[in-house]
Design a protein around this ligand. Sequence first.
Ligand code: FAD
Length: 398
Amino acid sequence: MDFSFTEKEEAFRTELRTWLENNLPDGWLEGNRELPEELNEYSIFLRNWQRKLYEGGWAAIAWPEKYGGRDATLIEEIIYQQEMVRLKAPPLVNYVGIHMVAPTLMQIGTEDQKEAYIQKILTGEEVWCQGYSEPNAGSDLTAIQTAAVKDGDKWIINGQKVWTSFGHLADRCFLLARTSRGEKKHKGITVFLLDMKQPGVETRPIIQMDGKHDFNEVYLTDAVAYDSDIVGELDEGWRVMIALLMHERTGIGAQVFTLEQQFQDLAAMAKELHEDGSPLIKNPFVRKTMVDLYTKSKGSLLNYYRNLTKTLKSGQPGAEGSMDKLMVSELTQELFSQSVSIQGHQGMLWKEDAVAGKSYWQENYLYSFGMTIGGGTSEVQRNTIAERILGLPKDIGR
Ligand SMILES: Cc1cc2nc3c(=O)[nH]c(=O)nc-3n(C[C@H](O)[C@H](O)[C@H](O)COP(=O)(O)OP(=O)(O)OC[C@H]3O[C@@H](n4cnc5c(N)ncnc54)[C@H](O)[C@@H]3O)c2cc1C
């Protein structure tokens, strides 16, 4: 493994860093990073940011040039992640579209689908969500009940989805529906590209324990789709779904760079906050905690690089993505738990009362529980690691 960057790669970093410094929203570099709370303003703010990234050629660097990307190498993607995180750039409102839907359409979609959707995903004109999970189908997606029934030239779709991130902002949904019932449960599932703005689609907010609204329940009552909205083959959506999930897991694993930055922020907070007149960082318990977290976050990063080296050699992301996802999500939870804990009684304060960063630490601690569930729970990742990396026997009951 060679961790040094070439001159060309460092030039790429400088180009991106300069662009970000010149184009981040007003006040962002100075630390004013509050996103609007009102939904419409929030949506406009993030869509504008995505448009700016697109115009600068920074919206989807990993995509092929013919679709508006930069054909970036994996190393350039790492540099991209590092710089976005270092300057704490605003999140991507069309994360699902850019990192999951469009790459899957490039792989499996028809020419008409590519033509209709890919450019609009890139510009942020159409935001996407992912409609997989249902009240009784999460880890086991073969249990989905949402059904699509053919009626003339239409598909009529009924059912309920849950935990649909960005569903309230989305124009379209990458939706799993059952189209027939065969002997094997994973057969008879089809992926549809669903118009979220039609009358048969109702989105209800789920408010998280931190008071925020990121995901939703989605009710489908005689919603309509057409043959041209099917991705891949009818009844063969399983393969399409797995392709999308691979993109999702690899993306979550890359949050190891965010974790690194969060560790740096934690160290800064421990130097700034005082207890009994002494900075927290001088407290032996805090020092031990910091060393422990540093060791683990460095370990995660090196593991990520090791997996990446394997991907670079084979050209394919493998089951190791589950390892990255597991380590990053569990460690993020530990980091934020410790960040609140070392604040002592001050750790219980919220919003304007909070002493460090307007409850940034508290909010992220609450949010971190979702990270070990979304994109596949830790238990499911452990199963994948056991079976596909360690070669252990299959999970009992499957
Ligand atoms: C922040 C966040 C964002 C999300 N965004 C989306 C989205 O945009 N679109 C979408 O479709 N879904 C989304 N989800 C849903 C997510 O994918 C599911 O919650 C997840 O797959 C788990 O499914 P479940 O909640 O039905 O739990 P279940 O599958 O019912 O699991 C319950 C418990 O049983 C364990 N378990 C289940 N099967 C096994 C097994 N074989 N071996 C060992 N343990 C097992 C699980 O690990 C878990 O602890 C999101 C979830 C979160 C938290």
